[in-house]
Every structure is written in structure tokens, then in C-alpha cells.
Design a protein around this ligand. Structure first.
Ligand code: PMP
Length: 350
């Protein structure tokens, strides 16, 4: 009889919150939809997709669009089927069975998952109550545990906190490990290391089209690293990992830099307003609202699970993580409805 191996036998498929809700502010998606003019260009681009042919394995034009927008060398960029896929490729490429990775908890949970599938151990640096990262402690732990990879999101999902450029530079230059810097949310903040990635032979920066660029449906992620690391990522990924439809639509988006800038500005305005309005709520149920650097607000709330459930009863989905709630910035109307329901729910639970 076929027996499942240890590493997979207790796994269950990822299950996002299902069901129909009036407002969804749980997945850090963008609330913006493409304007008609760009949509029309997309329809034309789709007409030119050769369905009978395999996609361009190196997503050349898409990568050129990405590289032009972010002002990086296209030879140092790899495209993936979402940054999720790239994380998996990195773990499979740069780790060998028994190696250790270092994560900064709490952080994006997929890092540890892919490392475990690669039969590696995760060493966890635990952030303090304020959810700060002490870079010297991270460096000390990485070096004492001899970790192969340090991976973290900056700004962080879920905390929305940010580590400064200066601190990240210190980390990269103080360890022998590969540093994977997930800048999925950096378009909303200003501490990116993208302009200097060439200075380091142990740095991979991850980017995504799923957040600021409002294209989560396309599943487009990117790795930016020096040529040696890029060669490895390109060699290990599956050849036709980004489908032709996503490549074509992604190319259209990158051909509109003004639209991308507009998306970033509009989402940042929404999250600022959401953050300020949450700060104004006068409830002793709210223990702490963390400064936000992303497109969501992270807060510590008493009875967070009850609050989450009650919000769900109001047909509004936010994210609950233990004692915390994570609320994605939505349209003005969505934010208002969410805040109204949120205040009511907090009062009812007093
Ligand atoms: N990194 C972080 C920090 C994320 O929050 C997410 C998505 N929630 C991803 C990577 C994955 O993004 P993608 O849609 O590009 O796979």
C-alpha cells in the first residue's frame, strides 16, 4: 500500500475564506479596477496571444516593462507565477535537505511552508510586543544558527512595520546567508533596496503585481538579484511558468507608468484615511494600532476573534490572526461601511 511521506501526510490545501460577502478587506488586494482605455488595450493584447504556442519562457517583454518601471537591469530579473512561486523556487534552489532558514515572526507564513517542503528547518526570530525587529539580534541568531537563508517581508505582512534601508544593508553585509527581501508592499513605502541590489552577491529582492499594481488575478511576481543568483533562479524555475495571457496583460500595465503611480497614490491615500479613522475610535477594546507602511492596518484588539465573527455577520470580511486584526484599505465607501460596522461591533462587545 502506498504510504504518504512524513512531510506531506498531514498537509491540507490552502483554504481562503469562502462565501459571498458585501465587503472583502481580508486579502490585501487593491480596490482599483483598470480604466476603460487600458482595458481596451488589454483586449487587443489578448487577441494577439497565440493560444497554440507555449509562452515566452523568459517573459522577455514583461520583464523589460518591469525593469523600465523600476529602473533595474532586465538581465537581473526573473518573472514568476506570483512571488509565491518564486519563493518556492528559491527554497528548492538554494537549500539542501537539513539546511536552516531564518524567519522573523510574525511574517508571511509561506516562507516556512516552502522551506519545510524542501526538508529544511525554520529558525524563528520572535519580534517583541511592539513588533519591532532588532537587526543586531537577527544577525547574531543567523550567524549562531548558521542559516542558509534569511527571508522576511519589508514592509511586513502582517504587522505593516518597516525595517530601514540602513538596517537591511547592515544585515546583508553582516551574514554569509542569502537574504531574501520580500518587497511585496514596498511600493507603498520608501525604504526599498532595489536601486542598489547590484552591490550584494547575497541578496534577492521579491516584487509582485498583486498589491500596488492591482493585478493579483494575473499571478505575476519578480525576483531581482545579481547575475549569478538570477541564473540559478532561471535555471530552477519551470520553463513556461508565466502564461502568455498574464505576460500580455502585465506588459500593458507596465506600459502605463502614470497609471501605476496613480494606483499607488490612491491606495496610500485610502490607507492613511483608514488608519486615521481607526485611531479616532474611542474604544478600550483597541489595545494598539500599528503604524502602517502598506495597504492595510494592523491592530491589537481584545476579543479579536469575536470582533472578526461579528464583522462577518455584517457581511464584512477582515483578517483575524490571534489577538490581532488586519484590515485592507478599500474604497472610500467600503472603508466607511467597515468603520461604521466596526464601531458598532466594538460597542456591542463592551
Ligand atoms: N509576499 C508577501 C509578503 C505577501 O503578503 C504575499 C501575498 N499575500 C506574497 C508574497 C505573494 O504574492 P503573490 O500574489 O505575488 O504570489
Amino acid at each position: 500500500m502506498f504510504q504518504l511521506n512524513e512531510k506531506v501526510k498531514n498537509l491540507t490545501p490552502y483554504e481562503p475564506i469562502s462565501g459571498t460577502y458585501e465587503i472583502r478587506l481580508d486579502a490585501n488586494e487593491s480596490f482599483l479596477t483598470v480604466p476603460e482605455e487600458i482595458e481596451n488595450e488589454m483586449v487587443l493584447a489578448l487577441k494577439n496571444v497565440a493560444l497554440n504556442c507555449y509562452p515566452d519562457p523568459m517573459a522577455t517583454k514583461l520583464i523589460k516593462g518591469f525593469a523600465d518601471y523600476f529602473d533595474v537591469d532586465a538581465n537581473c530579473v526573473t518573472a514568476g507565477n506570483g512571488s509565491d512561486e518564486i519563493i518556492s523556487v528559491i527554497m528548492n534552489a538554494f537549500l539542501q535537505k537539513g539546511d536552516k532558514i531564518l524567519t522573523l515572526e510574525p511574517d508571511f507564513s509561506m516562507y516556512r511552508f516552502y522551506a519545510e517542503i524542501a526538508e529544511c528547518e525554520s529558525v524563528k526570530y520572535q519580534k517583541n510586543d511592539n513588533l519591532d525587529v532588532n537587526i543586531d539580534d537577527v544577525i547574531a541568531l543567523a550567524n549562531s544558527e548558521n542559516v542558509r537563508i534569511i527571508i522576511f517581508s519589508n514592509p511586513c505582512n502582517p504587522t505593516s512595520r518597516i525595517v530601514t534601508r540602513e538596517e537591511v544593508r547592515k544585515l546583508i553585509t553582516s551574514v554569509d546567508s542569502l537574504v531574501v527581501l520580500d518587497e511585496a508592499y514596498m511600493d507603498f513605502a520608501d525604504e526599498s533596496l532595489l536601486s542598489e541590489f547590484q552591490n550584494y552577491d547575497n541578496l534577492i529582492i521579491l516584487k509582485t503585481c498583486s498589491k500596488a499594481l492591482g493585478s493579483a488575478a494575473l499571478r505575476l511576481g519578480f525576483a531581482v538579484a545579481d547575475k549569478t543568483l538570477t541564473n540559478v533562479i532561471r535555471a530552477v524555475k519551470s520553463p513556461y511558468n508565466v502564461n502568455s495571457v498574464s505576460q500580455a496583460l502585465g506588459e500593458v500595465i507596465f506600459s502605463h507608468p502614470d497609471y501605476i503611480d496613480y494606483c499607488i497614490k490612491t491606495v496610500v491615500e485610502s490607507r492613511k484615511e483608514l488608519y486615521n479613522k481607526i485611531l479616532e475610535i474611542n474604544s478600550d477594546k483597541i489595545e494598539k494600532v500599528y503604524e502602517t507602511n502598506t495597504n492595510f492596518v494592523f491592530l491589537k484588539v481584545k476579543n479579536a476573534k469575536d470582533v472578526f465573527e461579528k464583522m462577518k455577520e455584517n457581511s464584512i470580511i477582515i483578517r483575524n490572526m490571534g489577538d490581532y486584526l488586519r484590515i485592507t484599505a478599500g474604497t472610500k465607501e467600503e472603508n466607511e461601511k467597515m468603520l461604521e460596522a466596526f464601531k458598532k461591533v466594538l460597542e456591542e462587545l463592551e
